[in-house]
Design a binder for this molecule. Structure first.
Ligand code: GLA
Length: 743
């Protein structure tokens, strides 16, 4: 039944007298309320959804009461469409079947439904009085979570085709004041760097056009600090994360109104999308959060929701692994793999992952210029095949994982020889190649390509069910605009249909193989986004394993993503990317703050390095649940230039915590700040134990107990160097402390 007909006030009053039960039933499916209050435990989003009017946003922020709601005014169009007052940026722009450019939407009805995981979805259906176009604006809340997701569904009811010129997921007006934007920028091997700036007049645009991966450079997530210069643990913050893994656009338009106008969605550039009559376009969701506990508070909201509802197997602690890449690169062979398995097992590790270089029959994967797509074992390197490796892993008492790059091929491959029509390629031109001078991207918009990708992964997992882990790589962008599958009038759908094809294939893979752990790697950190993680257990944070630079990259990554998803490996010294020599203690202390693993040739380690790694693996096992499933409190940012950085994780019960401190620069007699902790129970008493200890004597705080109140007020005094034998001194210093509530 249409809400419009139910909403006459007289009708409601009579109905309430006569049919209270009937009314409540009707109102739960087709709500009558004009004001919608969507809430989380401590936030509210309030909309005026009066039928016949524009949908307008009255409030997004801290939780409000009914009394407050009654007095809210000054609503702003919650999903502005292009056409009337065209000088303003819009969330939606349509060329109608008759060429008309104006869309003017008003509320038609409101419905509520149950989503997965106990989520509640509120859908406001908007219609245009001149054109039969329907826009559903959706908001999703989850019990106990501080996230509200918003997305749009646009349906063409016109006789002919319409073209979507812009199709943002959501729009949010943010009241001007002293609002600061925190965003992530970067590049390959330097991902997730933080940039913070006050919002000023004009347009701030953050976007991506890679086509395949979207987080090497800027990220599709931002934080807005509403009370001036961003602070980790104080002040009001709005966080926004677009749940999309393709081209995106985040735009903040600050003009002559009182509001910064924030838009987020798929990047519409070169992606105009045509809808036939009856077709619907669904945008990816934008996840919004609000916290009055600073940036760290907003991060905790994303982490908790992500682990509970978005990340694949987000509640299951991850294994400690050794990955073969930086240890042997393409030089895979059976003996070498066996020895690496023995080494990681002897250090207490739980999983070995064989990286690139294991496949190819006609063409061999000896470097990056051949064989992608030819997923047959190179028996010259691995005479006993994958079964031989799985048997070896069993013998060593660990699990086995394998590297693949299924969305790609090389010009030098049997796949390309047989199916040149499967690759991305513009008409009348030779395909543009990437890595190794031969890499090509498969056209995931083509259902036949989706099938071969599915069948490859499905066959691998069906034939070798003991495979525990897949490292799924993606090492090329879309290098030219051209689908050999899409018709001429749908070429502009390439970027979007490519990702629809990818996610549909991932759906099939996950339905068939829900238990295998899959890492989203993309030349390092190219796929750290909430659009990818429902099918993946983690992402490779960066191809740069330099522990010092990782502190900065992991700090940025932690704004939006939990430690359980952030792969962080101890690599060799000198480091293969920066050539910096960092002692293994410091490398381990950085890796331990994420999903710890190793990425080196254990045979090249000294006995002392092995011992430190073995101890680190053992210590990490004791606190893994705190790091991976606990709440993050960032304490001192490396970006503040104070010579050190610090953060901590704590269990939700606040009975067990791990505190990390790393010195980021070294000068003689430097004076570094003492770090007040956060997130502890002020009234509980915590006992301190140092992990990964290398010092000859214990820290003064070792074994001592302090109240949470004291630790949060004063922190602990930490020496700036390690107390080790003279020749073992280095310019690096770091501490990992466990704080356990005395029972
Ligand atoms: C990418 C990944 C690396 C490694 C190589 C293999 O660069 O990010 O970790 O797997 O591919 O070719």
């Amino acid at each position: 039944m249409h809400c419009r007909y139910l909403c006459a006030k007289q009708y409601i009053i009579n109905a309430m007298k006569i049919y209270p039960l009937l009314l409540s039933l009707l109102c739960s499916s087709a709500m009558c309320a004009e004001t919608l209050h969507l809430s989380t435990p401590s936030t509210s989003l309030v909309l005026d959804a009066t039928p016949g009017n524009r949908l307008s946003l009255l409030h997004y922020g801290g939780r409000v009461t009914d009394a407050d709601i009654k007095n809210l005014d000054g609503g702003i169009d919650a999903y502005p469409a292009y056409g009337i007052y065209p000088e303003h940026e819009a969330a939606l722009s349509i060329t109608h079947a008759d060429g008309g450019m104006v869309t003017d939407l008003s509320v038609d009805s409101v419905t509520k439904s149950q989503g997965d995981d106990g989520a509640e979805i509120t859908t406001i259906t908007l219609r245009d009085s001149a054109y039969p176009v329907t826009v559903k604006v959706n908001y999703r809340t989850y019990p106990g979570e501080e996230i509200i997701e918003s997305w749009a569904e646009i349906t063409n009811g016109e006789k002919g085709e319409i073209t979507l010129n812009r199709f943002m997921s959501a729009f949010l007006p943010v009241r001007m004041g002293d609002v600061w934007l925190s965003s992530l920028y970067g590049s390959w091997a330097n991902e997730a760097r933080i940039e913070q700036r006050p919002l000023t007049h004009g347009v701030t645009m953050i976007k991506n056009k890679d086509g395949v991966r979207n987080s090497h450079t800027s990220h599709a997530e931002v934080m807005l600090s509403l009370d001036g210069c961003p602070s980790e643990n104080n002040g009001r913050v709005i966080g926004a994360a677009l749940e999309y893994t393709g081209n995106y656009k985040l735009m903040i338009d600050t003009g002559d109104s009182n509001h910064h106008r924030f838009f987020a969605g798929i990047n519409e550039e070169n992606s105009a999308y045509r809808l036939k009559k009856g077709e619907t376009f669904v945008t990816p969701p934008l996840a919004l959060t609000y916290s009055a506990e600073g940036l760290s508070g907003a991060s905790r909201n994303f982490h908790r929701w992500g682990r509970n509802h978005r990340l694949h197997a987000g509640d299951t602690p991850r294994k400690i692994l050794l990955n073969s890449w930086e240890g042997v690169y393409f030089n895979i062979d059976e003996k070498g793999m066996d020895s690496m398995m023995a080494d990681i097992a002897s250090m207490g590790g739980e999983l070995f992952v064989m990286d690139d270089g294991w496949f190819g029959t006609k063409y061999h994967r000896d470097s990056d210029n051949a064989a992608l797509g030819d997923w047959t074992v190179d028996t010259g390197k691995l005479p006993h095949g994958i079964d031989g490796l799985l048997d070896a892993a069993d013998r060593h008492g660990i699990k086995f994982g394998i590297w693949i790059e299924p969305e790609m091929t090389n010009t030098v491959s049997e796949l390309y020889e047989k199916h040149p029509e499967y690759v991305i390629k513009a008409p009348h031109r030779n395909p543009t190649t990437g890595r190794g001078g031969t890499q090509l991207v498969l056209d995931m918009a083509n259902p036949k390509v989706q099938d071969i990708v599915f069948e490859f992964v499905d066959t691998l997992m069906t034939r070798y069910p003991r495979i525990d882990y897949i490292k799924w790589d993606a090492n090329a962008p879309i290098m030219e605009h051209g689908s050999q599958y899409l018709p001429a009038d749908r070429q502009s759908h390439l970027y979007i249909d490519w990702h629809k094809g990818l996610t549909a294939t991932l759906d099939r893979i996950r339905r068939a193989h829900p238990d295998v752990t899959i890492q989203a790697c993309a030349s390092g950190g190219g796929r750290a986004n909430w659009g990818m993680l429902p099918w993946f257990d983690e992402f490779w944070t960066s191809d740069n394993n330099d522990a010092l630079q990782r502190i900065y990259m992991q700090w940025g990554t932690s704004y939006f993503f939990p430690a359980i998803a952030m792969a962080s490996h101890i690599s060799a010294a000198p480091n293969h990317q920066t050539f910096r020599r960092i002692p293994v203690k410091f490398r381990a202390d950085v890796a331990m703050s994420g999903r710890m693993g190793l990425e080196l040739q254990p045979r090249d380690m000294t006995e002392e390095e092995r011992t430190i790694c073995r101890n680190a693996v053992n210590d990490y096992k004791q606190v893994r649940h705190i790091v991976q499933l606990g709440d993050l409190y960032r304490l001192l940012s490396p970006y503040d230039g104070k010579g050190s950085a610090s953060l901590m994780y704590i269990t939700p019960e606040k009975d067990d915590a791990v505190f990390f401190w790393w010195k980021t620069e070294t000068f003689m007699n430097q004076q570094l700040p003492r770090i007040p902790m956060a997130g502890l129970d002020p009234d509980a008493t915590y006992t301190v134990t140092e992990l990964n200890r290398i010092d000859n004597t214990p820290l003064p705080c070792e074994g001592k107990s302090y109240t949470g109140r004291y630790l949060m007020d004063q922190g602990l005094e930490l020496p700036l160097t390690h107390n080790v034998d003279y020749h073992k001194n280095t310019d690096y210093s770091s501490r990992v402390l466990r704080l356990t509530v005395s029972k």
